[in-house]
Design a protein around this ligand. Structure first.
Ligand SMILES: NC(=O)c1ccc[n+]([C@@H]2O[C@H](COP(=O)([O-])OP(=O)(O)OC[C@H]3O[C@@H](n4cnc5c(N)ncnc54)[C@H](O)[C@@H]3O)[C@@H](O)[C@H]2O)c1
Length: 334
């Protein structure tokens, strides 16, 4: 039996080729075609999966009539391509960030709404097994009140990124992660940015954030470090979680002073001392597969997508505020 949904991918470069592969792997979809401005890039992926390649995505839409599409062209083109796909009556998953500017992101959200189409943003980190596990432990109340979240995303420069700096390219991952993990919104931020080696844009950012419920956030992101690091540390009343998104390890360092205290008594907490360390088993699965299954399920069942255009816009808005703060040296209320 053929899969219920016809899927296509526009832009099959470093990221889009994985979307194409996963659409051939999951039960909900069959891949019906790919489009890429480069005939070589599109042709190679299409040949691999036995589908047609198009250099013009409008022709792909007209000829294959997909039910859903991934748009994974460079960020500066997200708006124009996604708008045309929505106009064709197709549900879209656009790679992060939603667009290059807030106005473009807003326009896409309004367009999807007016046309009654789904618009999901590919904030893949949410679908990482270790991040899902961390979220579940926090929702179970294991940390108590959340004090601080620290995200590190450092490593070498990916030479293909030319159109945006490290803040717009990478910080949306962590800004979305912070919103997802805390269930809270930043209200104030400050960033120091630097352009040291690589691009026409900044390649390093250190930022501080304050959340509405009082937690503080710290971002350490760059394209300058000769070691790839992807960690999230969440500190709270009962201790500290450390999640490593590369090794998929999740640790909890207990505050021994909170051990045995029930909810009502946490306010009596008098101090912090080292307690037990727990390493949690994490299931192994591909985050992109979980992301595309969730997208396909939302299309199949006509339910809301798990990462909305509004989520994507919030992450972009915050990322651009970091760029502005880095340029003006001002603390911004957001
Ligand atoms: N979620 C993640 O972790 C993640 C990782 C990497 C990239 N991305 C995002 O994916 C997007 C693509 O990044 P990439 O690294 O794959 O870039 P890339 O340059 O490797 O691939 C982009 C592809 O799009 C094609 N293209 C460009 N304009 C086109 C158009 N108008 N029509 C059809 N094809 C076109 C190019 O020929 C190229 O093959 C970016 O928005 C980026 O932010 C997300």
């Amino acid at each position: 039996m053929s899969a219920p949904l016809k899927a296509a991918v526009i832009g099959v470069g470093a990221m889009g080729r994985h979307h194409a592969r996963v659409y051939t792997e999951i039960a909900q979809t069959e891949l019906v075609g790919v489009a890429d401005a480069s005939a070589d890039a599109g042709g190679a992926i299409a040949a691999k999966y036995g589908v047609s390649a198009y250099t013009d995505y409008e022709t792909l839409l007209a000829e294959t009539q997909p039910d859903l599409v991934t748009v994974a062209v460079p960020t500066r083109d997200h708006h124009d391509v996604v708008a045309r796909v929505l106009d064709a009556g197709v549900d879209v998953l656009v790679e992060k960030p939603i667009a290059a500017t807030v106005a473009e992101g807003e326009a896409l959200i309004a367009r999807a709404e007016a046309l009654g189409r789904k618009l999901m943003v590919g904030h893949i980190v949410r679908f990482s097994p270790v991040i899902q596990a961390l979220k579940a432990h926090l929702e179970a109340g294991e940390l108590g009140k959340l004090f601080q979240i620290v995200c590190r995303r450092v490593g070498p420069f990916p030479a293909r990124v030319r159109d945006v700096g490290v803040v717009v390219d990478l910080a949306p991952h962590d800004l979305d992660l912070m919103r997802f993990i805390t269930g809270d919104e930043p209200v104030r931020l400050f960033a120091e940015t630097e352009q040291r080696i690589h691009t026409a844009h900044e390649d390093l950012v250190n930022a501080l954030l304050r959340f509405a419920n009082g937690a503080t956030g710290v971002l350490d992101i760059n394209w300058l470090t000769p070691q790839k690091v992807r960690t999230v540390t969440v500190l709270g009343e009962r201790g500290m979680f450390v999640a490593d998104d590369l090794t998929q390890d999740l640790y909890f360092y207990e505050n021994a002073e909170a051990n045995g205290l029930t909810w009502g008594h946490l306010s009596m907490l008098k101090g912090v001392s080292e307690g037990r360390m727990t390493r949690y088993p994490i299931p192994r699965y591909e985050p992109l597969r979980a992301e595309l299954e969730a997208f396909a399920d939302a299309v199949l069942n006509d339910t809301p997508v798990p990462v909305s255009g509004a989520d994507g816009l919030a992450a972009l808005r915050l990322a651009l505020a970091l760029v502005e703060s880095g340029k003006t040296h001002q603390v911004l209320e957001v």
